[in-house]
Design a protein around this ligand. Structure first.
Ligand code: NAP
Ligand code: GLV
Length: 309
C-alpha cells in the first residue's frame, strides 16, 4: 500500500516514522510533487496540486477534527474524507471549556486583579440557575463538553442539527430550535463545524438572544463569529465578555481589537491539539480495517460531503 503524508505546516519526519512503525508492510512517504500514485493520504490543508496529482486516492485522512479547509478544495470524487474522531481531543476540549466557564462564573479574573492591587475583597457568589450554559454542536467534542459541564451542576443546554438525547442536557435541534436554545443560554460555547450553514452564526442577531450578561466561548472556527458584532454587544453591555481560541485570520493580525479588549480573553488555537501518537494509531487502524474488508463508509469520522462535516 502506498500512503502519502501531505500536511502543510507540520513537521513530516516524526509522522512518517510513526506511520511506518504502525504500518510496517506499507510504503509511507512525505509527498513531493510528481510522486507516484498512492492509495491513501494523511493530510492537513494540502495544496490543490497534491489532490490534482493523486486522483486515484481511496481516502484522505485529515489530522484534525475540522475539515472546512479541505472541503473548499477540489477533491478526487471517489475519495472518502475521514476526519479525526476524538483521538484525545475531547478531554482537552472539556478541560479548556470547563476552565473558561468556571473562570468566568467564579470571577477569577476579577479576583486576580484585586489581589494584584493588594485588595482582599469578596464578590457576591454567582448562582448556577442564573448561569445556564449552551453548547452549539453535540458531536464528539460538544457532547463531551456538555457532559463535563453538567457534572459541575450547571444547567446545560445543547443544540445540534438532528435531535439528540443526552443525560443532564436539555437538547434543542435544527433551525427551528435555535432561537429557544439561545434564549435559554447565558454562556454560549460554539462547537459546530464550519459549513456554509454555520458561517457567521455568532452574529448581532443571534448573540442578542442570549440572556443578559451573556458570555461567548468560541472554540470551533473564527469564521463562525462576526467580530465587530461581538465587540459591539460587549461594549453596549449586553454581553459580559468572551473567550476565543479561533480567529478568521490566524495568527490573529497585530492591531486586531481582540488582542487588547479588556473583556476578551484569547488563546492561539490551542484548545484541543492534535496528539500525534493517538492520531497515528487511529489512522493506521482505519487503514488496516479497510484493507481487511471494512467498508470505508462505515469508519467513524467519515465526512458526508453533502453536510460538509
Ligand atoms: P462533530 O462530531 O462532527 O460534531 C458536530 C456537531 O455540530 C454535531 O452535533 C452536528 O449535529 C452539529 N451541527 C453541524 N451543523 C449544524 C447545523 N447546521 N445546525 C446545528 N447543528 C449542527 O465535530 P467535532 O469533532 O465535535 O468537532 C467540532 C468542531 O470543533 C470541528 O469541526 C472544528 O471546527 C472544531 N475544533 C476546534 C479545535 C480547536 O483546537 N479549537 C479542535 C478540534 C476541533 P448532528 O449531530 O445532528 O450531525
Ligand atoms: C483543530 O482545529 C481541528 O479541527 O482539529
Amino acid at each position: 500500500m502506498n500512503i502519502h503524508f501531505c500536511c502543510v505546516g507540520t513537521k513530516a519526519e516524526p509522522w512518517v516514522a510513526g506511520l511506518r512503525a504502525e504500518l510496517p508492510a506499507d510504503n509511507v512517504n512525505d509527498w513531493t510533487p510528481g510522486a507516484p500514485p498512492a492509495d491513501y493520504a494523511v493530510v492537513w490543508s494540502p495544496p490543490q496540486q497534491f489532490l490534482d496529482e493523486q486522483p486515484q486516492l481511496k481516502a484522505l485522512f485529515n489530522i484534525g477534527a475540522g475539515v472546512d479547509a479541505l472541503m473548499k478544495l477540489r477533491l478526487p470524487p471517489q475519495a472518502a474524507v475521514v476526519r479525526l474522531d476524538d483521538a484525545g481531543m475531547s478531554a482537552q476540549m472539556a478541560e479548556y471549556v470547563s476552565h473558561a466557564v468556571i473562570r468566568h462564573f467564579r470571577e477569577l479574573d476579577g479576583y486576580e486583579a484585586d489581589i494584584r492591587a493588594g485588595k482582599w475583597s469578596y464578590r457576591k457568589p454567582n448562582l448556577r440557575p442564573e448561569f445556564p450554559v449552551g453548547v452549539m454542536g453535540l458531536g464528539v467534542l460538544g457532547a463531551r463538553v456538555a457532559r463535563s459541564l453538567a457534572q459541575f451542576d450547571f444547567p446545560v443546554k445543547g443544540w445540534s442539527r438532528s435531535p439528540k438525547s443526552l443525560d443532564g442536557v436539555q437538547c434543542f435541534s435544527g433551525d427551528a430550535g435555535l432561537q429557544d436554545f439561545l434564549a435559554a443560554t447565558r454562556v454560549l460555547i460554539c462547537l459546530v463545524p464550519l459549513t456554509p450553514e454555520t458561517e457567521n452564526i455568532l452574529n448581532r442577531q443571534t448573540l442578542s438572544l442570549l440572556r443578559p450578561g451573556g458570555y461567548v466561548i468560541n472554540v470551533a472556527r473564527g469564521a463562525h463569529l462576526v467580530d465587530e458584532d461581538l465587540i459591539g454587544l460587549i461594549d453596549s453591555g449586553h454581553l459580559a465578555g468572551a473567550m476565543l481560541d479561533v480567529f478568521r485570520t490566524e495568527p490573529l493580525p497585530a492591531g486586531h481589537p481582540f488582542w487588547k479588549h479588556p473583556k476578551i480573553t484569547i488563546t492561539p488555537h490551542t484548545s484541543a491539539r492534535t496528539l500525534r501518537e493517538e492520531t497515528i494509531v487511529q489512522i493506521a487502524g482505519k487503514i488496516r480495517a479497510v484493507e481487511s474488508g471494512t467498508p470505508i463508509t462505515s469508519l467513524a469520522g467519515v465526512v458526508d460531503p453533502k453536510k460538509g462535516y
